[in-house]
Design a protein around this ligand. Structure first.
Ligand SMILES: NC(=O)C1=CN([C@@H]2O[C@H](COP(=O)(O)OP(=O)(O)OC[C@H]3O[C@@H](n4cnc5c(N)ncnc54)[C@H](OP(=O)(O)O)[C@@H]3O)[C@@H](O)[C@H]2O)C=CC1
Ligand SMILES: N[C@@H](C[C@H]1CC(C(=O)O)=NO1)C(=O)O
Length: 326
């Protein structure tokens, strides 16, 4: 059938990743990239067209699904509700504590407009969330563990870049290898947030910025850093560009439970990512396919990955799936 027409709202790591992911999905086409900056300032590969974000209102009939690639700290809370009033959307909102709030804020405009708005797709939240639900549902008597990294968290990197006085920066998440070893050994340790990961930031200051004020703003930041032991290293822009431009990540979700007193069972889902943004964008694009189908079926309002039947992610028909993959 006709291609699914995708728009990209926000051109950063995820925006570039969605562009690459569309090229890997023959049933999709890129209509345009929409940015709050000057479109002419964007160098888009592959002949894609850049528009200013304000032009989206004139393109509601040209886009089947708009993928929101803004940052969770400041962009998506505003862009999500505004754009769900005009488009079917997919976002990667990952401020876990605020997901119920974001869901409600997006649900109202999407429902009024008859649109479908999938929030918090990606890998965590996203694929890891699905595996946490599987684990608890399949092994009710057990414990769930999530570990990330060592790798670059885009959400935490976005968050530190929003701190006044910060010109650029990245954040690496480092898991406790001791905690991982215990969980892998089938122990079920009780681990506090602080015992599972530490966070390491590399920050480039704006001229004249107060380093100690920036450090304090980062390490005390609610929902992102306040529950972790966090270090902040100040570097120059050249070092950031040369030593911190690749964005590997990964991790695993672990469910360790008992089906009887005699038998323990273990579920493990793991990711090893050379590029966090490219993988996350591949997930967003697969969910864009599902959102397009869900809207055509009249399933409107806000949704999460828990609401999406797995078959909808596939370009294959239900008949093909039954014949090939069941
Ligand atoms: N659920 C999950 O598993 C995951 C979720 N995420 C989420 O994705 C969000 C976006 O991540 P990421 O793409 O890395 O964020 P970026 O910082 O790369 O981009 C965020 C926004 O900033 C603007 N921007 C990008 N580059 C520049 C620049 N050079 N100068 C000025 N503005 C710029 C863009 O908006 P504009 O073009 O309008 O200027 C862009 O949409 C994260 O905040 C995180 O919350 C990320 C990974 C996994
Ligand atoms: N949403 C995360 C994806 C994973 C990575 C992560 C972390 O390192 O804290 N938490 O969830 C991201 O922005 O990279």
């Amino acid at each position: 059938g006709a291609s699914i027409r995708i728009g990209i709202a926000g051109y950063g790591n995820l925006g570039r990743g969605v562009q690459a992911a569309i090229a890997k999905n023959p049933d999709m086409e890129l209509v345009g990239v929409y940015t709050r900056r000057d479109p002419a300032a964007l160098s888009l590969p592959g002949g894609a067209t850049a528009f200013h974000m304000d032009e989206l209102a004139q393109h509601t009939e040209d886009i089947d699904v708009l993928v929101l690639c803004g940052g969770s700290k400041s962009d998506l809370p505003e862009q999500g509700p505004a754009l769900a009033a005009m488009f079917n959307t997919v976002d990667s909102f990952d401020t876990h504590a605020k997901i119920p709030e974001h869901f409600a804020a997006v649900d109202a405009p999407a429902t009024s407009a008859g649109k479908t708005a999938l929030i918090s797709a990606g890998w965590d939240p996203g694929m890891f969330s699905i595996n946490r639900v599987y684990g608890e549902a399949l092994l009710p008597d057990g414990e769930t563990y999530t570990f990330w990294g060592r790798g670059l968290s885009q959400g935490h990197s976005d968050a530190i870049r929003r701190v006044p006085g910060v010109a650029g920066g990245v954040q690496y998440t480092i898991p406790s290898t001791e905690a991982i070893a215990k969980v892998r050994a089938g122990e079920r340790p009780t681990l506090s947030t602080r015992e599972k990961h530490v966070r390491e930031c590399f920050v480039v200051l704006e001229d004249g910025a107060d380093a100690e004020a920036v450090r304090e703003a980062i390490v005390t930041m609610e929902h992102y850093f306040d529950q972790y032991d966090t270090t902040v290293n100040f570097i120059d822009a050249a070092t950031l560009a040369s030593e911190h431009s690749s964005m590997p990540h990964g991790g695993f979700v672990f469910r360790s439970g008992n089906t009887t007193d005699e038998h323990s069972q273990v579920i493990e889902y793991s990711l090893t990512l050379q590029s966090n943004p490219e993988f996350t964008s591949s997930v967003l694009v697969a969910y864009a396919r599902a959102v397009h189908k869900m809207n055509q079926a009249g399933q409107i309002g806000a949704k999460t990955v828990f609401d999406v039947a797995p078959g909808l992610l596939s370009p294959k028909s239900p008949e093909q799936l039954r014949a090939e993959l069941l």
